[in-house]
Design a binder for this molecule. Structure first.
Ligand code: ADP
Ligand code: MG
Length: 365
């Protein structure tokens, strides 16, 4: 078993609170990703779970035992870092065996575990090589292997793929996901890369300024972000935001504060917004929900100015402004369309995909 629970966990450096009242319940065998911008407290949280960092306040449980005072080596966890620091003078075999030797495992047991791990990771043919004779991806596999041979209750990963080039990163992502399915062990994975988080996590924990913003499955976080921060952080290109007001005339509509456009509110959700008529809100719409052709009965036409077009293969990102306003927005359209930069262009906003946020607190409405 390998469940992990954080109860009201804080980390303070002097008066600086870098992890602020974190509560998390990670199930046995789950793959949970902590994601957030640099400096939001991800590594510190992970290091407290590992025991590499004292906990200022609160309790961390592994399988229902409080581990605050348990030294790292007795927590039955293994950690993989970005700088995988293999011993250069040792062979791959020796690198994999090293931790087990230190823990006084028998020679046979070590041999068996190293063989097993090397099969799982596809590095069986490389056991006699030195790290310098390996590619970046192979080295990273050895680093994973060092964790696997210990058969820990919980794996902790701190941005393990950041040093790899883009192609290899994508490949290793898949490998780590496969590894998780194969060895069925709890994994807690830290990254600043929201695409990595979305593609790997059973659940995602979005952090910002030391505070957990939302914990849920990737799809729920994408579809129902609890606040403007999460909405803007998850998704690429990022969600577009417009300031404006909800006005009630013939029906309820969002009017941009620039007055250059307004969008009707779907009748199904009008009741929900009646209490906040006339208040300032922030409207959010993802680039993929703005299209060059009407997609459905919810499509609403908005005339825009095309500023830049950016082909990315199967689609084009269009950066545009609306009216005389300077703010720039973005949408994604199929690459067979060729809007001219510097020209006016009609786009279709899917009003069934709008998000609304409180102007002051950023909370989803
Ligand atoms: P992340 O991994 O999300 O990028 P970290 O957990 O490494 O963020 O750091 C969170 C915050 O804590 C940062 O503002 C960082 O500067 C601060 N911090 C980390 N370690 C220390 C330390 N030893 N002393 C003081 N501040 C620290
Ligand atoms: Mg970090």
């Amino acid at each position: 078993m390998g469940s992990v629970r954080l109860e009201h966990v804080f980390k303070k450096y002097d008066s600086n609170i870098v992890v602020n009242d974190v509560n998390l319940n990670i199930n046995d065998k789950e793959f949970v990703v902590l994601v957030g911008p640099s400096g939001c407290g991800k590594s510190t949280t992970l290091r407290m779970i590992a025991g590499l960092e004292d906990i200022s306040q609160g309790t961390i449980f592994i399988d229902d035992s409080a581990v605050n005072d348990v030294p790292p080596k007795d927590r039955d966890i293994a950690m993989v870092f970005q700088n995988y620091a293999l011993y250069p003078h040792m062979s791959v075999y020796e690198n994999l065996a090293f931790g087990l030797k230190m823990r006084k495992y028998s020679k046979d047991e070590i041999q068996e575990r190293v063989q097993q791990a090397s099969v799982i990771l596809g590095i069986k043919e490389m056991l006699e090589r030195k790290p310098k004779a390996l590619s970046g991806g192979q080295r990273q596999r050895v680093a994973l292997g060092r964790a696997i041979v210990r058969k820990p209750k919980v794996f902790l990963f701190d941005e393990p793929l950041s040093n790899l080039d883009a192609n290899l990163r994508v490949q290793m992502r898949t490998e780590i996901s496969r590894l998780h399915k194969q060895i069925e062990t709890t994994m807690i994975y830290v990254t600043h890369d929201q695409i990595e988080a979305m593609s790997m996590g059973d659940r995602i924990v979005v952090m910002h300024k030391g505070i957990v913003q939302q914990v849920d499955t990737p799809l729920t976080i994408y579809n129902n972000p609890v606040n403007k921060f999460v909405a803007g952080f998850i998704g690429s290109p990022t969600m577009n935001f417009f300031d404006g007001k909800l006005l009630l005339q013939d029906s309820l509509a969002f009017e941009a504060s620039t007055k250059y456009f307004s969008l009707p509110i779907r009748s199904e959700i009008v009741q929900r917004f009646m209490p906040i008529v006339n208040s300032e809100v922030s409207l959010g719409i993802r680039p993929e929900h703005i299209s060059a052709k009407p997609q459905n009965s919810h499509s609403q036409i908005v005339n825009v100015n095309v500023v830049v077009t950016e082909p990315v293969g199967n689609e084009i990102f269009i950066y545009f402004t609306i009216g005389q306003a300077v703010e720039q927005y973005v949408c994604r359209i199929p690459s067979d369309m060729q809007p001219q930069t510097g020209r006016a262009f009609d786009l279709y906003f899917d009003v069934s995909k709008l998000h609304f946020f409180d102007k002051t607190t950023g909370a989803a409405l």
